[in-house]
Write a protein that binds this ligand. Structure first.
Ligand code: NAD
Ligand code: UD1
Length: 336
């Protein structure tokens, strides 16, 4: 049996593919390449030394889903295919609702038609919104503050209704915190389009002299050093969390909503210092204004995943920085 990964050539999907292959699972990938490159499939094949069925197509296309479900013995689907820019979701909300919510509905309908009921969904800590308390646990109220977050929450609501409607559904909705870093082969990693929005890819581009300096978005927050604090999680820990979630849904039906984070927040300044120490590269920076829509601090309560998945994040911030940088050094020769 195989696992279908939609968006499986993207940052998180490709690392989950690597982990699944390492654990002896077969994978099939569907990706429309709107934010990834076909050569990632080649890197995955080199890693696992076997061919990986890859379909270039859209998760909203019922015909391609029918082809995949007819041709391959798919046991479970992991749904990474989504758009993730908060800023773009505010300027083009229809695109986001169509892709992220519409895509999820089309996929779930196709699964139902083919009798496949095991599903893992890429949700986000963004669904919580302004913290009423910290750390966020899974029962913290959900009130996302941007359209992107609302697409994730709407998809979660659909999953909750689906799980109630038919007891065959076994669903894990995984709320990711801030995944960074790269696979230990350094042949897959984060490949941002053009100007990255997120901190780690931006630091990498400053370290590799593609950009002159990092702008720190505000140093007047009520946090340990005034800069924003986040729960960064190594993408390989996150990937292993998916392998554990797959084990869970194979034996336990219903909807399982779980944070995937470390429970440990770090500030922007701590991140810069750790990166500099881990890589020997210096990161010139300037303090700029706050970024609109940023929260000062949020991080996960990781207890539920520990108990239910018997999984916890193990890798340090230093390892996250090192691996991100080592991938950056190889990236240009691997991906044109
Ligand atoms: P990514 O952009 O690197 O990967 C997403 C992949 O999905 C890309 O390869 C893209 O080409 C593909 N895709 C998008 N829309 C598609 C469609 N309609 N049909 C087929 N393929 C499509 O993003 P990522 O960081 O790997 O994120 C994966 C998922 O996790 C997304 O749903 C994202 O919203 C969610 N998420 C990401 C983060 C993060 O910090 N990276 C945090 C929380 C949640
Ligand atoms: C952002 C998204 C969030 C999404 C997450 C992962 C916004 C408002 N939020 O979150 O919805 O789930 O990415 O994709 O876009 N920073 C700088 N300088 C930079 C970049 C970032 O100082 O050039 C700071 C930010 O202000 C923040 C921290 O670094 O304090 C982390 O930023 P980022 O990596 O963008 O993640 P989030 O803000 O958590």
């Amino acid at each position: 049996m195989s696992i279908l990964l939609t968006g499986g050539l993207g940052f998180i999907g490709s690392h989950v593919a690597a982990s699944l292959l390492e654990h002896g699972h077969d994978v099939v990938i569907l990706d429309n390449l709107c934010n990834s490159q076909a050569s990632v499939a080649r890197q995955l094949e080199l890693l696992c030394a076997k061919p990986i069925p890859f379909y270039e197509g859209d998760v909203r296309d019922n015909a391609i889903l029918a082809t995949i479900f007819s041709k391959h013995p798919i046991a479970a689907v992991m749904h990474f295919a989504g758009l993730k820019s908060v800023a773009q979701s505010a300027t083009d909300p229809l695109l986001y609702f169509d892709n992220n919510v519409g895509g999820t509905i089309t996929l779930l309908q196709a699964m139902q038609q083919h009798g496949i009921y095991q599903f893992i969904f890429s949700s986000s800590a963004t669904v919580y919104g302004i913290p009423q308390y910290l750390p966020y646990d899974e029962v913290h109220p959900t009130c996302p503050i941007n359209p992107y977050g609302r697409t994730k929450l709407q998809a979660e609501e659909i999953l909750a209704d689906l799980a109630v409607s038919d007891k065959r559904w076994a669903i894990a909705s995984l709320r990711y915190f801030n995944p960074i870093g790269a696979h230990p082969s350094y042949t897959i990693g984060e490949l941002p389009n053009d100007q990255p929005n997120n901190l780690m890819p931006y630091i990498n581009q400053v370290a590799s002299k593609q950009r002159p300096f990092l702008t720190v978005f505000g140093n007047d927050y009520d946090t340990k050093d005034g800069t924003g604090e986040r729960d960064y999680i190594h993408v390989m820990d996150l990937a292993e969390g998916h392998v554990a979630a797959l084990r869970l849904i194979q034996k336990s039906a219903g909807l399982h909503t779980l944070n995937l984070g470390t429970g440990q927040p770090y500030s922007v300044l701590e991140m810069i210092q750790t990166f500099e120490k881990a890589t020997g590269q210096s990161i010139p920076m300037k303090i700029g204004p706050r970024r609109q829509g940023d929260l000062p601090i949020y991080y996960a309560c990781a207890d539920k995943a520990k108990v239910i998945l018997q999984w916890e994040a193990k890798r340090t911030l230093k390892e996250m920085c090192e691996s991100a940088w080592k991938f950056e050094l190889q990236r240009q020769s691997l991906f044109k």
